[in-house]
Design a protein around this ligand. Structure first.
Ligand code: MG
Length: 297
């Protein structure tokens, strides 16, 4: 998507009163960035992304890329970003599997053995975090079931997961998405749909669903950097995930119109985004403007 040059602040970009948003922007020291639809579209990096990241560095603001999709490992995401021209380190990435791991470690410390519906990457991340992965066997009892976007799903493992859930094991979903967007001629059945099958088969709902819009990912980033919710701006293209998560975490929600949501949908959405911008270039102008005004005061 092409961006028109931005000179100063477009007053139409601000939903809340100008002073309120400016005050909140001045407190931001870290920017969490959704990926698809926000910094790139599929395999095309938006032309505003690299200048925006340079601007964050110049302004002394940190940033983290985050994603609900747990089917790729951190290393795979870093490789994908590098292909697009963005060099990032592991501490700049946060996925829903990390949120799930930190949630389990923080709130369910007795869960150490897990039966996983997830791909090889997700299983590796759980193993690396110290969880023992149980086999598909009624004799290998887990403490919990963890369900992700499992592109290697098999009928026997789906049935075994349902059986453990029926036995009363807590079960956790990495993300609520029912489908993963694709331009392929297929439907990528995502974690939410696999969970719907498990719910139908067991009559039981997941113990917790991590990933956006749950605020666990933002909380993980806040914890990692030792900052408060109001110091983080969450930038994304989806209202019901990115903006809802920002609202639930108490962070600034910034909607970019470079992906899924339209301005019309944003106008009707509750909670309204704190800021709506055409893209990262316009948000960068707001950040720069806020800093310049601070210097003048
Ligand atoms: Mg997105």
């Amino acid at each position: 998507m092409a961006f028109s040059p931005t000179s100063g602040v477009d007053s139409r970009a601000l939903v809340a009163p100008v002073a309120t948003v400016e005050d909140r922007l001045r407190q931001v020291c870290h920017v969490a960035l959704d990926m698809d639809g926000t910094i790139y579209n599929g395999h095309s990096l938006f032309e505003s992304t690299a200048p925006f990241l340079s601007l964050l560095k110049e302004l002394g603001l940190g940033h983290t890329f985050l994603t609900n999709n747990p089917s790729r490992s951190i290393k795979e995401y870093l490789a994908h970003l590098k292909e697009l021209g963005i060099v990032a380190t592991e501490d700049r990435l946060y996925t829903s599997i990390q949120a799930t791991i930190e949630y389990l470690q923080g709130t369910h410390p007795r869960v150490q053995r897990v039966f996983v519906l997830g791909g090889a990457s997700m299983s590796r991340e759980l193993s690396a975090a110290g969880f023992a992965l149980t086999d598909d066997s009624p004799g290998d009892e887990p403490d919990a079931v963890v369900v992700g976007f499992d592109t290697t799903l098999t009928y026997p493992r789906l049935g075994r997961a349902a059986w453990w859930i029926r036995q009363g094991k807590p079960w956790f979903a990495t993300n609520p998405d029912r489908v993963c967007p694709t331009d392929l001629k297929t439907v990528l059945v995502d974690c939410g749909s696999i969970c719907a099958a498990l719910e139908a088969a067991t009559g039981l709902k997941p113990t917790a669903v991590l990933g956006k819009p749950d605020p666990a990912m933002i909380r993980g980033i806040l914890h990692r950097h030792g900052i408060e919710p109001h110091q983080l701006a969450m930038v994304g293209d989806r209202l019901y995930t990115d903006i809802s998560m920002a609202h639930r975490a108490g962070s600034l929600g910034v909607l970019v119109l470079t992906g899924e949501a339209t301005a019309e949908e944003a106008a009707r959405f509750d909670p309204a985004p704190d800021i709506i911008v055409s893209g990262l270039q316009e948000f960068g102008a707001l950040l720069r403007n806020g800093r310049q005004n601070t210097l003048l005061h």
